[in-house]
Design a binder for this molecule. Structure first.
Ligand code: UD1
Ligand code: UDP
Length: 381
């Protein structure tokens, strides 16, 4: 008889979590590992949450903690209280957390205090900017996780420098790219472009980083720069709810060449990006997706925890002041990828690699030689 493995719980809360978790959930299903999702409710609008479960084929969560929005302290406190109870109720053998959002941080803290083992998918990314709430979440999460799944080779040296035992770290590739690879056959720009009345050449914008949208002066500078771009090419902005009013007050409103809309579902958004001549963003995930799709990307940030999208991809960091000229150049050049190759292990098979390591770990087997060999070869190279 096949042995019954302990339950794996995935703690998910925000839009990018859903995209990263779907391939891991699928991989574990294929290996027959019992699992369930706890939705913290950090994101709750249908267009920030439900649409991702539908588009990515994620199973219904076992529970939704409905923590909602608040200051960092209030939201994290609600997450800690809710997660402590639900983790105790389900008594999992492993809790898997994703990325760098507050739900990730709260889950790792709760499990560390309860003595429940944890795995972190997307370990070791660093912007080296502790002013970003996500960077604080990344550092704490990686310090406490028992299994660390790195998406990018440079993560291995970041973790080693912070004293993380290399035996816990597995370089597995990028599950966000697995989701994109799986969705590719569905990504048709035409229906969404026509629905939004965009011409054949258009740009897509997304903005939600606190450093860009929370401060009225920063928001005004940013909106002026995006408006300048819209004089060269029509821009459509599926806008995250964060800072929506502040950005509108700064002038980010639908006009002749600018179209501001609600967030789009995963498949519609990436369809729109696939057909775009340019993307302007401050998102983490969108930097990776544009690299994979070969669409030029200008990132309105001073730094990125995803430098591989610059060295191997279509991404450039720009200030608002640099944006209009950079957009002009990107539109003239098209997508230029320095190495011509996609980043290593962006092959659509990261989820199954994570699942194999987790299954072996749950069985108490010595860990997958494939994962170690992979890590070792990048450590040397
Ligand atoms: C969070 C993550 C960020 C990630 C982003 C992905 C943290 C600290 N930040 O930022 O790393 O890039 O998710 O999208 O975890 N809101 C709604 N409806 C929703 C969700 C949010 O209206 O369904 C509004 C609320 O006004 C809320 C604000 O957005 O106060 C911010 O939401 P929150 O989850 O706190 O942070 P994000 O900015 O979404
Ligand atoms: N995304 C989406 N609809 C949108 C904007 C983004 O489906 O209107 C997807 C995007 O393709 C990526 C994820 O949301 O998979 C990224 O989330 P976000 O930019 O909110 O967070 P970050 O990656 O910056 O943490």
């Amino acid at each position: 008889m096949r042995e019954r493995l302990p339950l794996v719980l995935h703690v998910l809360g925000a839009r990018p979590n859903f995209v990263k978790a779907a391939p891991v959930v699928r991989g574990l299903t294929e290996l027959g590992v019992p699992q369930g999702i706890i939705h913290t409710g950090q994101h709750y609008d249908a267009l920030m949450s439900d649409v991702f479960f539908a588009d990515l084929g994620l199973p219904e969560p076992l529970a939704n903690l409905a923590v909602g929005s608040g200051t960092h302290a209030k939201q994290t406190a609600a997450l800690l209280v809710g997660l402590e109870q639900v983790v105790q109720e389900h008594d999992p053998g492993l809790v898997v957390v994703y990325g760098d959002v507050n739900s990730t941080l709260a889950a790792i803290l709760v499990c560390a205090k309860l003595g429940v083992p944890t795995a972190h998918v997307e370990a070791g990314l660093r912007s080296f900017d502790r002013g970003m709430p996500e960077e604080v979440n990344r550092v704490v999460t990686d310090a406490l996780a028992d299994l660390l799944f790195a998406t990018s080779p440079e993560a291995l040296s970041h973790l080693a420098r912070e004293g993380v035992d290399p035996a816990k770290v597995h370089l597995v590739g990028n599950p966000m790219i697995d989701s994109l690879t799986a969705a590719l056959p569905l990504l048709d720009p035409e229906p969404v472009r026509l629905r939004l009345r965009m011409p054949e050449r258009y740009a897509v914008g997304t903005l939600h980083r606190p450093a860009n949208v929370d401060d009225p002066d920063a928001a005004r500078e940013l909106v002026e720069a995006v408006t300048e771009v819209s004089r060269r090419i029509p821009v459509v902005v599926p806008l995250h709810p964060r800072g929506r009013e502040r950005l509108a007050a700064a002038g980010l409103v639908t006009g002749e060449n600018l179209t501001v809309i609600d967030p789009l579902g995963y498949v519609e958004f990436l369809s729109l990006v696939r057909g775009a001549s340019l993307v302007v963003t401050d998102s983490g995930g969108v930097q990776e997706e544009t690299t994979m799709l070969g669409v030029p990307c200008l990132t309105l940030r001073a730094n990125t925890e995803r430098p591989i999208t610059i060295t191997h991809g279509t991404n450039r960091l720009v200030t608002p002041a640099q944006l209009p000229a950079a957009a002009e150049k990107a539109l003239a050049d098209g997508a230029v990828t320095p190495s011509g190759d996609l980043p290593p292990l962006w092959d659509g098979a990261a989820g199954p690699r994570v699942a194999r390591v987790i299954a072996a770990w749950l069985r108490g087997d010595s860990l997958s030689p494939a994962a170690h060999t992979l890590s070792a070869s990048y450590k040397k190279g």
